[in-house]
Design a protein around this ligand. Structure first.
Ligand SMILES: [Zn+2]
Ligand SMILES: [Zn+2]
Length: 353
């Protein structure tokens, strides 16, 4: 099968198409023919050499996998050949206390798909049945690739971590990115007033179509982090935001903290630049603020995202579909922050059986 190999990390990484054996599923695994695999910022960070921890040598990247079950191991009970599936982000064991508690993404024996073990930038991938969720009727196979990351991840951050309530003011940073575009929709679907922060004025209309009530163009430089907290204060009658879903991280700090209302919740969901910030504890204390980190997504949340797509409450935002061979183009476009939503790679687009 064809697969992408990361030969050399760097600002312009060396990516090569290679021929690998089709993986044989273990007794508890299914062999999935990959229909689509999203190109995540995570993949970009690994390719650029910014993210190294836990990355397996010669790993096939890509964790946003949708596909068709082609074969199953003898111990698999929940899936059969022909099922349409989407992967969660971690290959999980289904047996440990975390898996039993519905935190499969924090499996004690888990390996990150397309990180600690091979992922979906290939024609086939073998994954445990516990790592695969059935795609509901009515969700197309390409959009389905986004059900776990970024849709489920964004939904989990908004609904379960930030506990967003109807009528609350919610700031989403990096609003046109993969996580952001789906966090905007999730917050709007929960009845929040959505304030979308973006650095690109040309994306305003797209953000309004996703459900943003206000679009704040952040003109502050990444070095100063200046910008949008005063705008948020002005738009909320000096109350501030009840929740901030931050997909950008250090580049927008401390605006993300300063725009919080009393009892505000800041969810740190993405870190683009990999830099340190300096925290003034008083800024947290006097707001009675709460700061959360969040990543990954449980099976239950992926299932909920699937139902919401089938019901028309969420929609996968796909900027561009590319054959696997154009992975370098995906890398370049994501590095330039061009896409609204995701670029997805189609490993079997060439029509090979
Ligand atoms: Zn992702
Ligand atoms: Zn487990």
């Amino acid at each position: 099968m064809k697969a992408v190999s990361l030969k050399q990390t760097g600002e312009t990484p060396e990516l090569e198409m290679v021929d690998l054996p089709v993986p044989s599923p273990r007794v508890d695994q299914a062999l999935v023919r990959v229909s689509a695999c999203g190109f995540c910022h995570h993949d970009r960070s690994v390719m650029a050499g910014l993210l190294r921890r836990g990355v397996a040598g010669n790993v096939v990247l890509g964790h946003e996998i949708s596909g068709l079950v082609e074969a199953i191991g003898s111990g698999v009970t929940s899936l059969r050949a022909g099922d349409r599936v989407v992967s969660i982000l971690t290959e999980s064991c289904g047996n440990c206390d975390r898996c039993a508690a519905g935190h499969e993404h924090r499996c004690r024996n888990g390996l990150g798909i397309g990180h600690g073990r091979d992922g979906g930038f290939a024609e086939y991938v073998a994954l445990s049945e516990h790592s695969l969720v059935r795609v509901p009727e009515g969700v197309d196979p390409i959009g389905a690739a986004l059900l776990a990351c970024p849709m489920g991840v964004a939904l989990q951050a908004v609904q379960e971590t930030a506990l967003v309530q109807p009528g609350e003011a919610v700031v989403i940073t990096g609003a046109s990115g993969g996580l952001g575009a789906h966090a905007v929709q999730a917050a709007a679907a929960l009845g929040a007033r959505v304030l979308a922060v973006s650095s690109s004025p040309e994306k305003e209309n797209a953000l309004r179509r996703l459900g943003a009530d206000e679009v704040l163009i952040n003109n502050g430089s990444e070095e100063t982090g200046l910008g949008f907290d005063e705008l948020v204060m002005a738009m909320t009658g000096d109350e501030g935001a009840d929740a901030v879903i931050d997909t950008v991280g250090s580049a927008l700090y401390p605006s993300t903290l300063r725009c919080l209302a009393q009892y505000g919740r800041l969810v740190l969901l993405g870190e683009v630049m990999g830099r340190r910030v300096s925290l003034n504890p008083a800024e947290v204390i006097f707001r009675d603020a709460r700061i959360f980190g969040a990543s990954g997504v449980s099976r239950a949340m992926v299932e909920q995202a699937g139902r919401m797509v089938a019901e028309g409450k969420l929609r996968p935002v796909i900027d561009l579909e590319l054959p696997l061979e154009q992975v370098s183009d995906a890398y370049r476009l994501v590095s330039e922050r061009k896409p609204v939503g995701r670029i997805v790679l189609l490993p079997n687009a060439a029509g090979r059986a």
